[in-house]
Design a protein around this ligand. Sequence first.
Ligand SMILES: [Zn+2]
Length: 262
Amino acid sequence: MLFPGKAKVMLITAKWKVVQYMRLFDRILGFISHALQGICIYFLQNYFKIWLFKITRMRKSSLVLNFYSLKAYMASTKPESCPERLRCEEFKRQAVENPRFKILEEALQKLGCPLNFKNIDCEPCDSTASAKFLSESGKVVICQNNVRTLADVENNLIHEAVHAHDWCKFKINLEDCRHIVCTEIRAANLSDDCNWLTEMARGHFNISKQHQLCTKRRAVLSASYFPACGSLENTKKVADEVFESCYRDRQPFHPDYWNSKG
Ligand SMILES: [Zn+2]
């Protein structure tokens, strides 16, 4: 307090500067808000939820509105599909980084049947399916209305990538139930479809061979929808015949990959 007069002037100047910065900040916020209002009212809400989700999953996060989310919004024609589409696109972007998917992606590339970010689409589906492999185009569709979490998208993507691999490498014959059951066994086995906790949540608990039982049950259910398999009973019979060899077959994964997972 050596120079009260000078200190007072400095205080007034500082206050004035703070007010000026606040006004500028307010203007910037107003501009951003106006610009975004016309785009999609769900956009920021949804993006913020995804961002929070990313932080909780300890994944790399970014505050920058990413190109794919914006592209996904532009591609969605109905306003109500905006949140589903955005969520699916964001999960897809993260799911293609899954190490298990990466191994399948690399194998498919070598086989000459590439499956990557570009030919995986998020679309609404009529059925209750979570994803599907379209053999004619080699595409995978993630059913944006039937997936809720990143784990859902990761599992379904790996499941369909196994079908893509089998289709390309073994020339699956859709007239032969054994082929269909075998690829379904491999897809259920090599994805996380039969994760112990997930299976418990479905109400299935077995002391031993829980994974094998779950794999067979889910494969039979999926394959039974194909005309070549006919009835559920017939599909079960076929599954009993091929189960051991198809369950043991884990290509394109190296045995060390599974051993390292314990
Ligand atoms: Zn399947």
